[in-house]
Design a binder for this molecule. Structure first.
Ligand code: SF4
Ligand code: SF4
Length: 97
């Protein structure tokens, strides 16, 4: 499976190592969907491999791909609540400190 650099995996999932909440753009993702900290990105990003999910979420826009990703994992409601709260921290979104 080839990575199309669509950016969805840097937006849709929550990423503990970055304290990045569900459905919110990683602050390190540039406007053209590249990683601005590529050489020092966390291990979780280094280990991420494109898989069948990348195909399942194919759509014309990044926002649509993100929505399909969230729906695939049953996370649409949780991501929407986080977005509405404008919560920039995964730990706070989950009710932690
Ligand atoms: S979702 Fe898949 S295709 Fe898109 S950037 Fe991530 S690994 Fe690449
Ligand atoms: S650090 Fe880079 S690779 Fe990791 S989620 Fe952010 S933009 Fe994507």
């Amino acid at each position: 499976m080839e990575c199309t650099r669509c950016g969805a995996c840097c937006v849709a999932p929550d990423i503990a190592a970055l304290d990045k909440p569900l459905g919110m753009r990683c602050p390190h993702l540039t406007a053209d969907n590249l990683c601005s900290v590529y050489d020092r990105r966390p291990q979780v990003c280094r280990s991420y491999e494109p898989d069948e999910v990348c195909q399942l979420i194919e759509a014309p826009t990044l926002e649509e791909r993100v929505q399909k990703y969230l729906a695939l994992f049953g996370l649409t409601g949780e991501a929407e609540a986080t977005r509405q709260a404008g919560c920039a921290s995964m730990r706070r979104a989950r009710g932690g400190a």
